[in-house]
Write a protein that binds this ligand. Sequence first.
Ligand code: ARG
Length: 400
Amino acid sequence: MTQKAVLGYSGGLDTSVMIHWLKENYHVDVVCVLVDVGQPLTNLDDAVTRARKNGAAKVVVVDAKDEFARDFVAPTLKANAMYEDVYPLATSIARPLIAKHLVAVAKAEGASFIAHGCTGKGNDQVRFEVTIRALAPEIKVIAPLREWTMTRAQEIEYAAKNHVLIPDVAKKSEFSTDENLWGRSVEAGVLENPENEVVEAAYAWTTSPLNAPDHPETVTIGFQAGVPVSVNGKQLGLAELVAYLNDVAGANGVGRVDHVENRLVGIKSREVYEAPAAITLITAKKALEALTLTRDVAHYKTQLEDKFAELAYDGLWYTPLREAISAFLDNVNQWVTGEVTVKLYKGGVILAGRTAPQSLYTKHLATYDVGDTFNHKSAAGFIDIWGLPSANASKVRKQH
Ligand code: ARG
C-alpha cells in the first residue's frame, strides 16, 4: 500500500508545488491539511480545489480560530508577549497549534510522514518539528525546502512544466508572508535591505498613518481576568474581538512594526509586521495592570513575560517551563479586570481612561487635595530607616 504524507498546506506557492514534488520524490499519497487560524482565507475554496487538481488524495480544512484564540492568543496576551520588545509573535504561536492538527490528521490517516513548507533557515521549521517530535516522535518529517534547491522563480518554472496550478499572487508578490488572527509577517524582496524604508506594498492590514482618518476612533475595551471580552460595551468572543480590532485599529494605521530580528538559527533578518489588534490590546492591558497590580508583582512579572516571549519564539510552547510561567501569569491576571478607553489615531494608541472594580489606585491616598488620608508624618521615619544603609556607608567610607 502506498504510504501517506500529511502536508501542512497553505495554498501558497511552496505548498502547491510540494504536492507534486512529494508524489514524485517520495511516492506517497498526499493528504493536505489547511488549518484556519484566522488568516484571511478569501480564496479558501480555490485553495482546496487547487490542492485536489494538483493531485492531493485528500484535503482537510480545520477551523481552529477559536482554539487559537483561547489556547494561544489569550496566554500570549496575558504575558503581554513581544519578542525583542516589538514583535507580538503571531507566526510563532500559530505553529505549535498547526503542528498539533497535522499530528492529529496524521494519526487518523495512519500517515508515516508529515511535510511542511518551512525553509531551512527560519524559525518555523524548528517550531513545527519540535512540536511534532513532542506529540508523535514516530512520525518522520519531510522538509522539501531543505531538500530542493529551487529558487522562487524556479519553483514557478517547475509548476509550469508539471502543470501545477499556483495562486496568481504567487507570481506577482516578491514578499513572503504569513498571516493569522494575531498578526501578519512580511519578509524578503526589497525588505531584505534594512537601509530601505518599508514600501507601502508590503502592508495589507494597515492604512498608512499619513493617510489615516483625521479624527480618532475611540474604543473602550473590557477585560476579564486579563482577557478582552467586550468592545464599546458589546460582548464578543475573543476571535471575533481580535478580528474587529484588527479592522478598526488597522484603518487608523496602528500596528506597523519594522524590525531587524535575531532568529533562533543565528541569522539576523529584516521583518515587517502588522498587528493592529495585538498592539492595541497590549497597550490597553498594560494600562489596566498599572491600576490593578501591586508594584512588586508588576515589576517581577516582566522577567517572566520576556522569558515567555522567548520560549514562544523558540518553538518551546509545549514545555513545562512555558506552562509553569503561564500558570503564574494566570494568577497575576486574575486581577486584571476592568475597562480601558483608547483613541486610535494615525498609528498611535492613545490612552483615554481606565477603570477597574478592584483598582488599587486609591484616591484618598493619592490626592493632593482635601480628603487626604496618607500619613505625612510617618514619611519622615520611613526615609530615616530607608536611607540608613547609604548614610552609614557614606559616613564610614567618606566616598561622596
Ligand atoms: N520572523 C517571524 C517569526 O519567526 C515570522 C516568520 C514567518 N514570516 C514570513 N514572512 N513567512 O515568527
